[in-house]
Write a protein that binds this ligand. Structure first.
Ligand SMILES: [Mn+2]
Length: 290
């Protein structure tokens, strides 16, 4: 039996109808946070985003479209965490994302700690080389090893650079000295962005990325005043509306092959950041496939 007056279904954006075959975008929730070094809890991120997205208006005023109708969005079930090893989890994600790619769909992962991005990029890298990874984050995540694993959230970009030769990091304001020297040309620091106009930022990103782009967004790139719900908050971040303008500018010129939104670490009773994250996912899909 179907309840006559039910709340929105439990899927990303609470879509009444979703069809995998016709969907362009496939959402994969990954409730995993085994290597978090400061605040744990991002395993609750995907659920918080889905909950926050269910009552959301599907009409995007900015784009004048009902994105979910135009694009087709399908939410998969949650991917079970592999707590044996972070590497095992990365491989599990790569396998799942590979299926989505082979079905000619655009995977969008909801995290979960940032490590999930390694799995997604691994799936792409074993299939194609003609893409860039665009990385939004407060942290460079460039350590070769952290807390005895090479698959820590602090090593994400170190692993991704081994698989993809075109990576660009944006919004960085926390980095170790060695990485800063090594990756100087692949990083746009927040300290520099603070004196730049949106067009300059967008042009610089376009100059440093290929046509096909995978975007990984650590939500701590956003200022903690708007996004306090992360594992390792850093002051002096991007505001939500600026991040959206930058994404809009880039996605006008780039082909989005996949994305992840990670490190949402919900704080009980404070739901605004969860809503922000959910709306950011929706806007990004809209910009990419308007
Ligand atoms: Mn971070």
């Amino acid at each position: 039996m179907k309840v006559l007056n039910s709340t929105a279904p439990y899927n990303m954006f609470g879509l009444e109808e979703q069809d995998y075959d016709t969907a362009k975008v496939v959402i994969l929730p990954v409730p995993y946070d085994a290597t978090s070094s400061y605040r744990t809890g991002s395993r609750d991120g995907p659920r918080a985003m889905i909950e926050a997205s269910r009552p959301m208006e599907l009409y995007d005023q900015e784009l004048d479209q009902v994105t979910s109708d135009n694009v087709g969005i399908f939410t998969l079930e949650e991917l079970a965490p592999d707590f044996n090893s972070p590497e095992g989890m990365v491989n599990r994600i790569a396998k799942e994302v590979g299926i989505i790619i082979d079905d000619k769909k655009v995977p969008v992962l909801l995290g979960g700690e940032h490590t999930i991005a390694i799995g997604a990029v691994k799936a792409f890298a074993s299939r194609r080389k003609d893409f860039s990874v665009l990385h939004f984050d407060a942290h460079a995540d460039s350590r070769d090893e952290f807390n005895s694993t090479k698959y820590s959230h602090a090593c994400v970009m170190a692993r991704i650079r081994e698989m993809c030769n075109s990576c660009y990091s944006v919004g960085i304001r926390s980095i170790d000295k060695d990485s800063a020297e090594k990756y100087e040309k692949q990083i746009l620091y927040m300290k520099d962005m603070n004196t730049m106009k949106t067009k300059q930022v967008v042009d610089l990103i376009l100059k440093n990325t290929k046509k096909n782009i995978y975007i990984t967004i650590d939500l701590d790139v956003i200022d903690p005043s708007e996004m306090p719900s992360t594992g390792t908050p850093e002051p002096d971040g991007l505001c939500y509306s600026w991040l959206k303008l930058i994404l809009k500018g880039i996605l006008k010129e780039r082909n989005l092959i996949g994305a992840d939104f990670n490190e949402l670490n919900p704080i009980p009773g404070i739901v605004a950041p969860n809503v922000l994250a959910a709306k950011l996912v929706y806007s990004t899909i809209g910009y990419a496939f308007a």
